[in-house]
Design a protein around this ligand. Sequence first.
Ligand code: FAD
Ligand code: NDP
Length: 601
Amino acid sequence: MADLKATIEEQIKNSHVLIYSKSTCPFCIRVKKLFSVQYVSFTAVELDTLDNASQYQDNLEQISGQRTVPNVFINGKHIGGCDAVVRLYSTGELAKLLVKGTQEKDPFNKDHTYDYDLIVIGGGSGGLACSKEAASQGARVACLDYVKPTPLDTQWGLGGTCVNVGCVPKKLMHQAALLGHAIEDAKQYGWEVSGDVGHKWSTLVEAVQAHIGSLNWGYRVALRDKNVKYINGLGSFQDAHTIKHINKRGKEAVITAARIVVAVGGRPRYPDIPGAREYCITSDDLFSMPTSPGKTLVIGASYVALECAGFLAGIGFDVTCMVRSILLRGFDQQMAEMAGEWMAEHKVKFQRKCVPTKVELIEKGGDGKPQRLRVEYKNNETGQVSSEEFNTVMLAVGRDPDTKLLGLDKAGVELSKSGHISAVYEQTKVPHIYAIGDVLQSKQELTPVAIQAGKLLAKRLFGGGSSYTDHVNVATTVFTPLEFGTIGLAEEDAETIFGKQNIEVYHSYFTPLEFTVAKRGDNSCYGKLICNKADNERVVGFHVLSPNSGEITQGYDIAIRMGATKDDFDATIGIHPTCSENFTTLYVTKSSGADVKTAGC
Ligand code: FAD
Ligand code: NDP
């Protein structure tokens, strides 16, 4: 008993967020959901899986005065059960409790004998932001960036995923597809577009790559201007303060630093099926493909898959999207399905409940002829195996952190099963080693999140800053053909956390004015606000499916972060005629079951 008490006290002392839980208890499920929607990593001790659950509970009662589960501790402090955690979440106090000063574990002595104050491994969104900010704060900084070629030998320059093979080329290609629609609409608006309007893939790729090239150059200049030493080499740990780097020609060198930030991001995952690496592309290859993709199969159903399938179909390719289970896991499922419906109505074919089993080359492309691939796939529900021919097969089945060759074990930094780095406010268990961006365990994989984390970390480490990245209510948009913008909780998550009876959903379909003359279909757009009734109808979820959702959602994010209630939305006077104004006039609740289709202004 005494031993167990000591073990529990040790667990409490050493955990950031610790939840004593029972796997089937609904209150425990609710509390765990609440932490995961805030992107907070937690340790859950599932008492029902242990033989000595009752002794655990006796000891917990002695330590915290609470025998029941969930029993939550944050930074060694007893918080309580489900109600206590939900209350702290609703008042914003939980976020404050989660933040705890970390610098004291990593004191900085300017007179150290290392080569640099800081080495940043990875020159992507997070790494560049962190390097530049640290240098601005007076630190001596080296930033390593090296791009390992894809299995099809695609490579790119400085700037990481977002600039080269992510947000930037994706958004430009999304725009190419939107322009195709605009040309169609233009005829209804009186433009006399004569003859067949065709699209040339190679022109698009050249233009996109030219823009990326200019960004790559800009980043090099920015590093030089800030006095950051840029090293185009693949870095790996030799020990906790020493990094070896190897350049393209195989030349090796070693540098040391007082502090190290790991910002190596992630790379596309390949499923373990024959032909995946040999014949399939990923988003790392798509945006610089010299030849037109032709008939394309996109495998996957999340951000990358739906966005790429959407713009390829919009540009005019024959596109099929192979969905293993659901669209956009983790997102509000009503919205995800609506985004998918629009795609299905706009030429994207969906192959549901299917997974690929083999990809074979039937005929090599060349001399103007496209390659031919045969994809064998299985329907997971019926077990039926089928096959179909495509010119391009794009895998978008998730991304893995790029940590395999980093040698983090030599520095004493542990990796999760998935290869991510777990850290508390970016600090790993080795206090002078930090991680930011996509490589982090349980955080949003988004460029602005990586940038914010990099900047704030550098300010804390070298500028006396005390601000931490807030992962709650981070707005995001899926750039599907009809964009899907979202802030906060999915409806199903709000139900789990607050209880279905405690939330009110206000919603409406709407038709952008621009769609009317273009005859793009009535009531194809939709918005909803999810409100917590017990908290003055505070808005805990915002979702919109419409053109320009990215632009709309960003503005509303400030209001929601500031705690806007439904009354605040109602008191706001809209800008007419816009899609965004619909959020100022929502009055139909989902629970009423009333019709939410609109007609006219
Ligand atoms: P990265 O930007 O991936 O940078 C890591 C860098 O480290 C890379 O240059 C890599 O080559 C380098 N590196 C790796 N290992 C080493 C090593 N050992 N030594 C030296 N260098 C190394 N996010 C959005 O917010 N909006 C979007 O619209 C969006 N669209 C996306 C579209 C696609 C197709 C993809 C794939 C991602 C998209 N993202 C988007 C996500 C966004 O790109 C990432 O969240 C962001 O780039 C992560 O930044 P990072 O700094 O963590 O890593
Ligand atoms: P995700 O991990 O979000 O999704 C992976 C998808 O692949 C899921 O639909 C999954 O299905 C499916 N899948 C996984 N394994 C298989 C398999 N073996 N066979 C068939 N399907 C499979 O990855 P993404 O690459 O789409 O996105 C990575 C991250 O990049 C995102 O989380 C996002 O943060 C960022 N990003 C942001 C964008 C933006 O801001 N607009 C755009 C693009 C990316 P299942 O649900 O069944 O597991």
